[in-house]
Design a protein around this ligand. Sequence first.
Ligand code: PBG
Length: 324
Amino acid sequence: MSFPTQRPRRLRQTAAVRALVAQTRLHPSDLILPVFVREGATEAQPITSMPGVVQHSLDSLVAVAHQAVEAGLGGLMIFGVPTTRDAVGSGAVDPEGILNVGVRRVRDAVGDDLVVMADLCLDEFTDHGHCGLVDNAGRVDNDATLEQYAAVALAQARAGAHVLGLSGMMDGQVGFVRKALDDNGFQDTIILAYAAKYASGFYGPFREAVESTLQGNRATYQQDPANATESLLEVELDVAEGADIVMVKPALPYLDIVSAVAQMSPVPVAAYQVSGEYAQIEAAAAQGWIDRERVMMESLTSIRRAGAQIILTYYALEAAQLLR
Ligand code: PBG
């Protein structure tokens, strides 16, 4: 037996040495906080399956936007929770719809001090709960949906969103929305494309957060968890259509995809640590089975290490405070 000549432990001796050689660092400006604003709410209301996350009133939404600026966050991704829904999701197009009002209020409050993002989808606004329009046979009609997305995009751009988060997974949505924006003088509105979005059970708690009415599933438009290479195709198409940023979602169960996309994407890559990922950590921590803060920071570090430059996370504010 001989003693080792290579001693990797040398670089693990003290916290200062470890910090010196750390290859992955988190920074508040990489983090985006997803937030929910509920029509008619007069105060923030808790979401059972997402402890610590709330449905905001317009006033509490503006307050959290100010906190996000204070914390140096990269941005706020706003989701709307309307009180009435219809077949075509009219509330998403209506300038007085809750999401557009929320975006306008936040933008008025923060100006350009924070990147204001709007979720561009129909599921929160349709009575059937699908991300697109449904035809007579009950199928999600891709091309009819594109027209509606273009209308939503213009409403959100007019409300003052810097970034539109296209989360509906319709084919051609990025190119269609880009053209509509450009034709209407919004060539500077940024498109964050949910390029590789999987049909995931990890979205469960989100459906409570937005009071989703969905019956069935989204398997005909979101990706099959069994597949990897189609994510590269989705990213390639979205970039060719004009996506400014591409996203992989969920994050931790799909780190292989985050890594593969980071290696081939010419535009910045984001990943979304979704509601079910958050809920798992919260539930185990509440039992005392894991160290909440430690697992929170470790999960974010892992997503960053895999190659995501930007992370959407319900922990954004708390993580930013810990990073200070
Ligand atoms: C769809 C959308 C979903 C999420 C973000 N945008 C739900 C879905 O596709 O069913 C999930 C986010 C999360 O789980 O945190 N507009």
